[in-house]
Write a protein that binds this ligand. Structure first.
Ligand code: GAR
Length: 201
């Protein structure tokens, strides 16, 4: 079976990137990470990629650049690796159509909340706070396609409800969310690879 080529884009810790690396190394995910792209120099995920022998590329937005220019350059870099899928695993910059248009139906985003809830940054913290205010009874995570500039919005591939317990600290909830994300992201990438193989058979 041909391995799917992935480019993984990150901005921070890279624990989800690590989950993908681990699944590939365990041969439970038929994929290869061609490159890891970070928009920040400090992202720990870059270290994780280097340790796994994966090419890394750091692309910081210059002050004199507008969003579209940056995204067009970013798309050129990602295209070099000819990915079957581009995985946004904690990529914290909103992408414009200059980038998205280059990879139709091939960009997959992970978000630590259910569809339509808490888009953008600090989603887990906002969900935890909403639970304290009795506005929600649970939270969740989702993996979705990125068709346009909508923030954490797009056709949902998978989602999972995550319980919030009354005694949970924010750290407890973050830990539970991240553990579930690691599983769901790998599962979803796997499922998407298999579906795309079937549709090309
Ligand atoms: C994850 O919780 C991911 O869902 C979130 O960033 C974190 C990255 O963690 N993404 C978003 O909030 C997107 N809006 P990681 O760097 O340890 O994988």
């Amino acid at each position: 079976m041909k391995k799917a080529s992935l480019v993984v884009m990150i901005s921070g810790n890279g624990s989800n990137l690590q989950a993908i690396i681990d699944a590939i190394q365990a041969e439970s995910l038929p994929a290869e990470i061609k490159a890891v792209i970070s928009n920040t120099r400090e992202a720990y995920g870059v270290e994780r990629a280097k340790r796994a022998g994966i090419p890394t590329f750091i692309k910081v937005k210059r002050k004199d650049q507008d969003r579209e220019q940056y995204d067009a350059e970013l798309a050129e870099i990602v295209k070099m690796y000819r990915p079957d899928f581009v995985i946004l695993a904690g990529w914290m910059r909103i992408l414009s159509m200059e980038f998205i248009g280059a990879f139709p139906n091939r960009i997959i985003n992970l978000h630590p909340a259910l569809p339509g809830t808490f888009p953008g940054v600090n989603a887990i913290e906002r969900a935890w706070q909403a639970f304290q205010n009795k506005e929600i009874s649970h939270t969740g995570i989702m993996v979705h396609l990125v068709p346009d500039e909508g923030v954490d919005l797009g056709p949902v591939l998978t989602q999972k409800i995550i319980e919030i317990k009354p005694q949970d600290t924010l750290e407890d909830l973050e830990k539970r969310v991240h553990q579930c994300e690691h599983e769901l992201l790998v599962e979803t990438i796997h499922k998407t690879i298999l579906q795309s193989e079937e549709s090309h058979a």
